[in-house]
Design a protein around this ligand. Structure first.
Ligand code: HEC
Length: 449
């Protein structure tokens, strides 16, 4: 017995070397000093915008209580009943989903892989955390094999496997491009679908290389002036290499209509049988990829989107896009203002996706159900104007005629001028984006402000 224990100690000392903090050799302390301190606290510490957006502090002394048994802020993770760390249950632990690059390891949309903008954690680091959670996520104890922390095998970032095109439908592709070191590249490319008949889409799969901040598919409002419609197949970068914005390249953005999107490396969402999104014959879509590279080497970006089409005869209800804009925005200088606006449906609907749009003074966007048995319930919240969540509801939200949604938006006007509603980035907006279908045929105005 004594000999066995002695040799174990020797093994541990050899394996962990000098880099492990002496501060009590518990498994959690190793996670703290080897992973959180090094890769996470640059954002997840008090006062940092990353901590404000995620609501998560991972600094020494606070991380354990902020993680174990705590409900995530991310709405999809919360709806799926996850905890940040669910002791004994890695699958129910959102922390692990945020670290694990493995394609298709979950169907939901759980946002960006952490650490955002850097290489993902090594295979051994993720496995160490997984085993610590499986073993009960103890504050004390040091039973997890620390040799795992020396396994620096990269989670297959390079091994990006493009998805096969759908049997019926269209595959859209943003060709591989380079993201310069320490650069945030956000680009658009306008692509023809090549469809000669209307396309009824009832499933969308998105696959993107790691380090994507988001990918969004837009169409254009019919009112877009011909001079602003971008040319096909040409890359429009909205940021120059010095980081400044290219306002000419940004002009078409004012006329976008949201079609779909994702914030995670692999997403798949499907509508119930009989429900589909309709794209007209000869459709074209504006694809928007946003990559963040916080490393010193160039990183590749690349995105595929598969639009799966169904036979028009099988479609009973065409999904409608939501565009619920609060245009009564007046923000006095030098203060925060929160404005609410309620939108009511005039017939029974099922909502299956929500997202939001505001400009850079926007700090928080909350969507609540208004009316009915779930009145007041928050169904969407984001603190990000630049990259809001896109929430797909596996169980659609049922709203009856007379019920609706309320947007509650907080802006912080730090300028000395009043800011009002408007299209330019100096003005503000507050729009609920999303999708729904009408339980019966949609009337001309299924939703009213
Ligand atoms: C560059 C800044 C940055 C770094 C570095 C970073 N994060 Fe994050 N993290 C964010 C932001 C912003 C969010 C909120 C948006 C999101 O969920 O994608 C977030 C969200 C999260 C969430 C979800 C919280 C919730 O309740 O929804 C977890 C868990 C998380 N991060 C863990 C980590 C871990 C662990 C590391 C280190 C391995 C890390 N992060 C590194 C910025 C960062």
């Amino acid at each position: 017995m004594r000999i066995a224990r002695g040799s174990l100690v020797v093994l541990l000392v050899t394996a962990c070397g000098d880099s492990v903090s002496p501060a009590g050799g518990t498994s959690f302390n190793r996670i703290q000093s080897r992973i959180l301190d090094v890769q996470c606290v640059s954002c997840h510490s008090a006062g940092n915008p990353g901590a404000r957006e995620s609501g998560l502090i991972l600094t020494r002394g606070r991380a354990f209580d902020a993680l174990v048994g705590v409900t995530p802020r991310h709405p999809t993770a919360r709806a799926d009943g996850l905890q940040l760390v669910a002791p004994g249950s890695p699958d129910s632990s959102f922390l692990l989903h945020k670290l694990h690059v493995e394609p298709d390891h979950h169907a939901g949309d759980y946002g960006t892989i952490m650490p955002v903008g850097s290489a993902p954690l090594a295979v051994g680091e993720v496995e160490y955390i997984r085993r610590w959670i499986a073993a009960g996520a103890q504050r004390g104890g040091d039973s997890i094999d620390i040799r795992l922390l020396s396994d620096t095998t990269s989670q297959s970032v390079a091994a990006f496997v493009p998805p096969a095109p759908p049997a019926t439908g269209v595959q859209l592709h943003v060709d591989r491009f380079n993201v310069a070191p320490r650069f945030e590249r956000e680009l658009f490319v306008y692509k023809r679908l090549g469809n000669t008949a209307p396309l009824y889409v009832n499933r969308v799969d998105i696959a993107m290389r790691a380090n994507s901040h988001h990918f969004v598919i837009y169409s254009f409002q019919p009112e877009i002036p011909a001079s602003i419609v971008p040319p096909f197949d040409s890359i429009r970068d909205i940021r120059k290499l010095d980081g400044s914005l290219d306002f000419l390249a940004m002009r078409p953005m004012g006329f976008h209509l949201f079609f779909g999107g994702s914030m995670t490396a692999r997403t798949s969402w499907q509508l119930p049988a009989g429900i589909a999104l309709k794209l007209p014959a000869g459709a074209a879509l504006d694809l928007n990829a946003h990559y963040v590279n916080r490393t010193d080497a160039p990183l590749p970006g690349e995105v595929y989107a598969n639009l799966f089409a169904v036979d028009s005869a099988s479609v009973t209800n065409v999904a409608q896009s939501l565009f619920l804009s609060n245009t009564s925005i007046v923000l006095p200088p030098g203060q925060r203002t929160t404005l609410s606006r309620t939108f009511t449906f005039s017939q029974d609907v099922r909502l299956f996706m929500l997202s939001s749009h505001m400009h850079e003074r926007g700090e928080r966007f909350v969507i609540r159900i208004n009316g009915g048995s779930r009145s007041g319930e928050i169904v969407f919240e984001t603190n990000s104007w630049s990259s809001p969540d896109i929430v797909n509801f596996a169980v659609p939200i049922e709203l009856k005629a007379g019920e609706g949604l309320r947007s509650e938006i907080t802006w912080n006007n730090t300028t000395s001028n009043t800011i009002r509603f408007g299209l330019t980035s100096q003005d503000e907006m507050g729009i609920i984006y999303g999708y729904y279908w009408c339980v019966t045929t949609c009337s001309a105005t299924p939703v009213s402000p």
